[in-house]
Design a protein around this ligand. Structure first.
Ligand code: ATP
Ligand code: MG
Length: 134
């Protein structure tokens, strides 16, 4: 599986749009994609999720509640073979909730510590995905 992180300090520059379009482009090459929305604004979630009323758990639950497992947080999108772990507004204070530092939990790179929170939580579903866009 390949992981792609789309981030920029500046707002409104197309991060969510790129994530959505990139997932669609990868899927068209017969790859399955998992989107992980880490923005409290949830714009990617809003544009991608096919049945928002069915969302029970978000990435916030996954990162803060040990009883919530990755498969519980994966939902279908409007694009075939593209799933998403949605975001919600509670991400606003996740930096205070999480310990250790946010630079640790954002790591999803084989060269970085294997116990980073994202690496750990996604490892159980990574083998079923060709690409993961964060
Ligand atoms: N290539 C593009 N050409 C023109 N408009 C675009 C392009 N990409 C995105 N937009 C538009 O720009 C606006 C901002 O895009 P988007 O929401 O993807 O940015 P963002 O970086 O995710 O914003 P935020 O920082 O608020 O999360 C949207 O209205 C989107 O439709
Ligand atoms: Mg955005």
């Amino acid at each position: 599986m390949k992981a792609v992180a789309i981030l920029n300090i500046k707002g409104g520059v197309g991060k969510s749009t790129i994530a959505f379009n990139l997932a669609h482009a990868i899927e068209r090459h017969n790859r399955s994609v998992l989107l992980v929305d880490l923005d409290m604004q949830s714009n990617l979630t809003d544009m991608a999720v096919s049945q928002p009323e069915r969302i029970t758990y978000s990435v916030y639950d996954l990162m803060t509640d040990d009883t919530v497992l990755p498969p519980n947080c994966v939902y279908p999108t409007v694009i075939p073979n593209v799933d998403i772990i949605p975001a919600d507004l509670r991400l606003f204070d996740i930096q205070q909730v999480l310990n250790p530092s946010p630079t640790h939990w954002l790591c999803f790179n084989p060269g970085l510590p294997e116990n980073s929170i994202l690496t750990t939580m996604l490892s159980s579903i990574a083998d079923r995905k060709s690409a993961c866009s964060l």
